[in-house]
Design a protein around this ligand. Structure first.
Ligand SMILES: Nc1ncnc2c1ncn2[C@@H]1O[C@H](COP(=O)(O)OP(=O)(O)OP(=O)(O)O)[C@@H](O)[C@H]1O
Length: 630
């Protein structure tokens, strides 16, 4: 450790105490959040209890720590208190519990408008600056005028000690940004931009050192206290100084409450049970040892003692008083509701914000599009120089066909390179969807809008280099038709990535499945086995909705339907590899090549329609998948 929290961060601490212009954060409407007798079991044939009879109350201005060993039920309880949907593998044994504000339950939409959840995994966008992160969070969450937005951003930068880092990038894998603790503070600040009254935090200090953890909780506590906010955080093993910052503690073990009440009174509770409380030892460590049976030598004895302590809690005056407090809550109304929800941005405005955010990300983060643009440019140079200046002779017909297949198929195959960037956007989407910022429609629309110009740029750059180097049909019309088909090809390939990665949001799985799907589309697109001889199963089950079929077919028609190629002239005369009506002129009509595939010109409009149907189909399917995601 480089410095003690109590000395090194004195200035910052004073800032916190001093406070800044935080008028928008002030909670004047919610006085308490309470819950009673929450139990959760698994839905297996022999259900086991995950949470048992949890009861609690947190008042305005208080910060509650939910602490317990791994697997004790902290995250489950936090998610329930935040009214997040329960996974299908878990259920409430009786009715769905009521989470009350001011002693009364309120509708979910209103609860969502006045509460926010800060995820364990920050899911911040590394290529944005600290200020931009707050600005985009604010634009996505609420409609404010520019002055008010700026005022809130500046006030949060002050409140969380981030003013000096305001214009620093958050940081990506290849560009160092702000520190881990600053990231956590930014994560909290970006949720506070909408002025929630209740804040849930899933392990806000995990992965941070003692000083970093202390700073996060210290800033949080300052903001909560000054503005009367209710803060509930799950926490693993805080240092003594961090532990003492919390007002209340809920200690869990195997889903059961062992203590609920002021942090300062936990020692006397255990001393009252006859436990010897060691001095000069981190209290959080002592507590976790008291409720953890995992590392005991004699597990049976440890479980028996744990059970005894838990029974002692249930029979304690504190527990009885807590139950009585919760039950006797005056049933108040939540008078003035969250201002943020009343002024949610419109769908077009959210889409514009998302496109703007992705645009900033795309030019700062090379992984998004830069690497792909470089990769496709390299591929174009490679292809153009391998298939170099092919003359219009019969020897070029097979190389040209191969180039058409390789170019279209390999380009769409390389769309797998988009998986990591999309996965990042997907994670961001899930976090923001859970916090009620926007939904699947905004995500799919903005993703399509930001990706389309880049794909068009890639199609043009690729074609300008490789088309003319290889000497495909040298007319402007044929060139632009080629660009069009390449563009449609990339749009479909990207749609496939979006769909598969949305279904399986895992880097390895989505990469493998996108590669497999493209491999399948390649093998049935008509090049490997011409459609005239492809067996009926593959033809009727896959070939007709294979987007690569339409690209290959139309690029072939583009090259061959209006072009003629010279046959070979040897001493024995003219030798044509394809016999067409031009054989007597020692030429091959390109249509002769197309005939072996069964391709005929004149259907481009229909094929573009089908291709657009496939592109839209992938996006609609991805939209449905995202809509169903919890
Ligand atoms: N969706 C689920 N289906 C079945 N069991 C679950 C599910 N979620 C959690 N559990 C189980 O419930 C118990 C509590 O899990 P939970 O994640 O709430 O604990 P935790 O205290 O947050 O743990 P950690 O500190 O390791 O994150 C664990 O035994 C876990 O295996």
């Amino acid at each position: 450790m480089t410095a003690s929290p109590s000395t090194s961060s004195g200035d910052k601490a004073r800032d916190v105490e001093k406070g800044t212009s935080e008028a928008h954060l002030l909670n004047t409407t919610i006085s308490s959040l309470s819950w009673s007798s929450i139990s959760v079991t698994t839905t297996k044939s022999s259900p086991s209890e995950i949470l048992h009879n949890s009861t609690g109350i947190v008042r305005a201005g208080e910060i509650l720590a939910i602490m317990g060993p791994s697997g004790s039920g902290k995250t489950t309880l936090l998610n329930i208190l935040a009214r997040r949907p329960l996974p299908s593998s878990l259920s409430f044994p009786s009715t769905t519990p009521e989470i009350c504000l001011n002693g009364s339950p309120i509708p979910l939409s209103e609860f969502e408008s006045i509460s926010r959840f800060v995820e364990q995994d920050d899911a911040l966008i590394g290529s944005l600056t600290v200020r931009e992160t707050l600005s985009f969070a604010s634009k996505l969450a609420s409609r404010q005028n520019g002055r008010e937005r700026l005022a809130r951003i500046e006030s949060l930068l002050d409140s969380f000690g981030l003013q000096d880092q305001a214009d620093t990038l958050v940081g990506t894998a290849i560009r160092k940004g702000i520190s881990g603790g600053q990231k956590r503070r930014l994560g909290v600040a970006s949720q506070l931009i909408t002025a929630p009254k209740v804040l849930f935090l899933d392990e806000p200090t995990s992965g941070l050192d003692a000083v970093g953890s202390w700073e996060v909780v210290r800033y949080l506590k300052g903001v909560a206290r000054r503005n009367n906010l209710i803060v509930i955080a799950s926490i693993h093993q805080p240092s003594t100084t961090t532990f003492n910052l919390f007002d209340k503690l809920l200690l869990l073990s195997h889903g059961k409450t062992h203590y609920f009440g002021p942090v300062g009174e936990v020692t006397s509770h255990y001393e009252g049970l006859g436990e010897r409380w060691p001095v000069h030892v981190n209290p959080a460590e002592v507590l976790l040892e008291l409720v953890n049976t995992d590392f005991a030598d004699d597990k049976t004895e440890a479980r028996r003692r744990l059970e005894e302590r838990q029974q002692a809690w249930e029979g304690s005056d504190r527990a009885r008083k807590l139950t009585a407090d919760v039950a006797s809550q005056p049933k108040g109304e939540v008078v003035e509701r969250g201002t943020a929800a009343d002024k949610k941005p419109s769908l077009p405005s959210t889409v514009v914000t998302l496109v703007h955010r992705s645009f900033v990300k795309s030019y700062r983060d090379v992984v998004a599009y830069g690497i792909r643009l470089a990769m496709y440019t390299g591929l174009a140079i490679m292809m153009g120089t391998v298939w170099l200046r092919l003359p219009a002779t019969q020897e070029s017909i097979i190389p040209l066909t191969n180039s058409i297949f390789y170019g279209s198929a390999f380009l769409s195959f390389m769309a797998v390179a988009y998986c990591p960037a999309y996965l990042e956007d997907y994670m961001q989407f899930i976090k923001e969807k859970r916090n009620g910022l926007y939904g699947a429609t905004e995500m799919i629309l903005s993703n399509f809008l930001i990706g389309t110009p880049y794909l068009f740029l890639i199609s043009v750059v690729f074609s300008v280099i490789s088309y003319w180097l290889s000497n495909f049909q040298p007319t402007a019309k044929a060139f632009f038709t080629w660009v069009l088909w390449l563009f449609l090809d990339l749009l479909a390939a990207e749609g496939l990535v979006v769909l598969i990665t949305s279904i399986f949001p895992s880097f390895v799985i989505s990469l493998a499945l996108v590669a497999f799907a493209n491999g399948l589309w390649m093998s049935v697109d008509g090049f490997m086995v011409p459609p005239t001889s492809l067996n009926v199963f593959w033809k009727y089950v896959f070939h007709y909705w294979d987007y690569q079929k339409y690209v290959f077919e139309n690029m072939m028609i583009n090259e061959f339907s209006e072009r003629v190629y010279a046959c070979a002239t040897t001493e024995s005369g003219c030798q044509c590899m394809w016999q067409t009506d031009l054989a007597d002129q020692c030429l091959i009509r390109g249509q002769g090549v197309l005939d072996q595939y069964g391709y005929k010109p004149g259907y481009m409009g229909k094929d573009i329609g089908i291709m657009m149907g496939i592109i839209v189909g992938y996006r609609v399917a991805a939209w449905i998948v995202l809509k169903l995601k919890k």
